[in-house]
Design a protein around this ligand. Structure first.
Ligand code: ATP
Length: 231
């Protein structure tokens, strides 16, 4: 469970979020939507301590993120908008294996996780490929595979599907759906609901620094008023 209470967050000298509270249950598939600049990235980066609240609290599985960011980073996996900055190895397989290796898992388990994660993003046949020779969309898929291979309790994806073609998107969506059904909370940030809206248990729309509306339907007519494209 991720619990945000009365969060106030600033970027530079601007207050981006104020009085924001939300609970994300284990196994919930939550879409965080809202117009550009509404604070979606600012919110989710609090979940693993990349940003800290000015006031209020963020707790992951009962542990305050400010007090124990290491615990939060272990249990909250995150895929960023610009994956290019996040690669740590030269080849696809080595990069996806990096996280599981740091968890101290044995080689067999690491291989299983890397194989399953690359399969989920349609890159199983590119394990030995050099990352700097991949297209932007392929790099985005490797970044998603890296987070999947960690098998975190909570998985946050911030605008992850932009560069992905339709088969890759569908495959990743299926994997996210399965993870959520198995108890992982999945949080997807977007301003364009597309197909992901149909997967969501809940869509939370940020506006005015807080959660302006919550709905379980991507067809909810109120969404358009907040700069969210329904499909
Ligand atoms: N490093 C920064 N320094 C100052 N202001 C920032 C910084 N990063 C973001 N902001 C501002 O904070 C506000 C919220 O940004 P944030 O990235 O959280 O919004 P978002 O909803 O994720 O936007 P988008 O849909 O464009 O990705 C914006 O007004 C933005 O200009």
């Amino acid at each position: 469970m991720i619990t945000v209470r009365d969060l106030r967050a600033e970027r530079g000298d601007t207050t981006v979020l104020e009085g924001l509270s939300i609970r994300i249950a284990d196994g919930e598939f939550l879409v965080v939507a809202g117009a550009n600049g509404s604070g979606k990235t600012t919110l989710v980066r609090q979940f693993n301590g990349l940003l800290e609240p000015e006031s209020g609290s963020v707790r992951v599985d009962g542990i305050d993120v400010s007090e124990n960011p290491v615990a939060a980073r272990t249990s909250v996996g995150m895929v960023f908008q610009n994956p290019r900055d996040c690669f740590v190895a030269a080849t696809v397989g080595a990069d996806v294996a990096f996280g599981p290796e740091n968890l101290g898992l044995d080689r067999e388990e690491i291989d299983r996780r890397v194989g399953a994660a690359l399969e989920a993003v349609g890159m199983a046949d590119r394990r030995g490929a050099r990352i700097d020779r991949l297209s932007g969309g392929q790099q985005a898929r490797v970044a998603i595979a890296g987070a999947l291979a960690m098998e975190p309790d909570h998985l946050v994806l911030d605008e992850p599907f932009g560069g992905l073609d339709h088969p890759a998107r569908r495959s990743v969506h299926r994997r996210l759906e399965a993870l959520s059904a198995a108890g992982t909370s999945v949080i997807v940030v977007t301003h364009d609901l597309g197909e992901v809206g149909d997967l969501a248990d809940r869509i939370a729309v940020l506006s005015g620094g807080t959660v302006a509306i919550e709905t379980d339907s991507p067809a909810d007519e109120r969404l358009a008023k907040f700069g969210v494209r329904p499909c």
